[in-house]
Design a binder for this molecule. Structure first.
Ligand code: ATP
Ligand code: MG
Length: 343
């Protein structure tokens, strides 16, 4: 059974200009101890999906279950005991920490809200500080006395306070210096090893996503267009959008960079108030045909565990050419075939 199960989730925001359909029928599962990455351009609905799972923003329709509990339509009161199961780590470790509260109070706050006794909270705060690599004295200080990386450690400690099973990390390292990013990523991975927590990991940084995620969901204009094991998507990206997204990344592999002329994301993300008919990506897709405007491609399963929402099976990307100055790898013959003689 999955720890998190999301079915056909839809989230809309009423705005003066009309209704923005930020999430349009997304389904996903996360197993215990698994890390699932959520990638896609700015505005495609990643944060909205995260917040709707957390019940921080209401769902228009669909279903969210955590640890077997359907939380989609629970009242605030009935939701309270289940809140501890999932917590969120935000991008901006400064903005999300109350500047007037001491760190001990910030980290302990979810426990105070849950009505835990003072002594238990103090002990747990010390335990959490140690877990995220901060000194015991940190509890008595204020957020502004810490660096960005340290503040993110405080945010992670607070998220862990009630022993959640799922952490939704929304761009957890984007606001940090490159040198500090790896430390926080390592911390998240160590915590996962120790606590078995699952992550929904939202990020623009595909190098980080590839490093930490077991599976990926690629989102475009509120929908998942491709999903599957990280390496399968990296090796065989099939959706034209996935290919463009990967090609735009500095860590793109040579096949994608080679496909560059086609691989420029044309135009802007369409107006979310009036998404294109059929396949939402067709207005920017080099392969689009009339069928893409009239027929919405559903997600279909491919043989390697991926799911793809495209009418077509585009040819795989060609293997990168071997540069002339590189001697192709020759396997050494097995030992028994060589002329060694013993004794
Ligand atoms: N509170 C809101 N009211 C109205 N529209 C909103 C609100 N929050 C988000 N939106 C719109 O919903 C869509 C999805 O936004 P969302 O913040 O989820 O995207 P995102 O993928 O997280 O983007 P980014 O990568 O920039 O963080 C966008 O069109 C955005 O303008
Ligand atoms: Mg966001």
């Amino acid at each position: 059974m999955s720890l998190l199960s999301v079915r056909e989730l839809r989230v809309s925001y009423p705005t003066p200009g009309g209704v923005v359909q930020a999430v349009r029928g997304v389904s996903l599962d996360i197993a215990a101890g698994e890390t699932v990455g959520l990638v896609g351009e700015s505005g495609c609905g990643k944060s909205t999906l995260g917040k709707a799972i957390m019940r921080l923003t209401p769902a228009a329709s669909g279903q969210v279950s955590i640890d077997g509990h359907d939380v989609t339509r629970l009242s605030a009161r009935r939701m309270r005991p289940l809140r501890s199961l999932m917590q969120m780590v935000f991008q901006d470790p400064h903005g999300s920490l109350n500047p007037r509260h001491r760190v001990g109070k910030i980290i302990g706050q979810p426990m105070s809200v849950a009505g835990r006794p003072r002594r238990e909270i103090d002990a747990r705060v010390q335990q959490l500080l140690a877990k995220v690599g901060l000194p015991p004295g940190a509890a008595a200080r204020f957020p502004h006395e810490f660096s960005g990386g340290q503040r993110q450690r405080i945010g992670i400690a607070r998220a862990l306070a009630l022993q959640p099973k799922l952490l939704i990390c929304d761009e957890p390292v984007s606001a940090l210096d490159v040198s500090v990013r790896a430390q926080i990523i390592n911390l998240l991975q160590d915590l996962q090893g120790e606590l078995g927590v699952s992550y929904l990991f939202i990020s623009h940084d595909l190098a980080v996503v590839r490093h930490v995620c077991d599976r990926l969901l690629v989102m475009y204009l509120g929908q998942v267009v491709e999903s599957g094991p990280t390496e399968a998507i990296w090796e065989r990206p099939s959706h034209p959008y996935t290919r463009l997204l990967l090609a735009a990344s500095p860590v793109a592999d040579p096949r994608l960079r080679q496909a560059r002329p086609e691989a420029l994301l044309r135009g802007e993300l369409p107006n979310p108030l009036a998404p294109p008919s059929g396949c939402a990506f067709r207005t920017r897709c080099a392969h689009a045909t009339a069928r893409c405007a009239s027929e919405t491609p559903g997600l279909r399963e491919l043989s390697d565990g991926r799911h793809l929402a495209c009418h077509f099976d585009l040819p795989p990307l060609a293997a990168p050419p071997v540069p002339a100055n590189v001697i192709p790898f020759q396997p050494t013959p097995p030992v028994h075939a060589t002329a060694y003689k013993f004794g």
